[in-house]
Design a protein around this ligand. Structure first.
Ligand code: PNS
Length: 165
């Protein structure tokens, strides 16, 4: 069984992420989407909510499972019996960032990383830009799975109400 881990913060999961996860699911027998990131960092969604949203968004992909992870990615991949990490790359800036992480992970445990070029239509989409645009009142629905777009609109409205109080 060829198993890949697709790690990320997914705050929130975008249609770019889903494109990469779907393509990884066609390349590997099983894909474990691993929701990590810095727990101290205040994001838009709690990791538990991100896992729920990812499970809903990947419900049509029978060989995709979604879990939280913490600690070293190489250790998590070893525990899950994964042969590779899959990452989407949007730009040369992503390559610069991802290259050293891939090389460090390969050096730590021999873990391979497979890069999938992001589909051009999503190459400018990132969770951080989606959060910024949404919190400034912009419409981000075109970049998100429908349930995630609704949850994002609700969360932004809550944040803005909280900021007024
Ligand atoms: O979506 P993000 O924020 O780019 O995801 C980052 C994530 C969670 C994939 C990255 O921070 C990570 O791999 N964390 C695990 C910690 C680790 O192993 N660090 C060393 C990597 S060389």
């Amino acid at each position: 069984m060829r198993r890949a881990v697709c790690p990320g913060s997914f705050d929130p999961v975008t249609l770019g992420h889903l494109d990469v996860i779907g393509r990884a699911a066609r390349l590997f027998d099983e894909v474990v989407v691993a929701v990590g990131g810095n727990p101290a960092k205040v994001g838009l969604f709690h990791p538990v909510e991100r896992v729920e949203m990812l499970r809903a968004a990947t419900a049509d992909l029978p060989n995709v499972v979604v879990e939280r992870f913490s600690g070293l990615l190489v250790e998590y991949c070893a525990e899950r019996g994964a042969q590779a990490v899959v990452k989407g790359v949007r730009s040369t800036a992503d390559v610069d960032h991802e290259l050293t992480m891939s090389q460090m992970n390969a050096s730590l445990s021999g873990l391979e990383t497979v890069w999938l070029p992001t589909a051009p239509r999503w190459s400018f989409v990132s969770s951080s830009l989606v959060r910024e645009v949404a919190l400034l009142g912009g419409d981000v629905a075109a970049f998100l799975p429908p349930g995630v777009a609704e949850a994002t609109a609700r969360r932004v409205a809550e944040r803005l109400r909280g900021a007024d109080e």
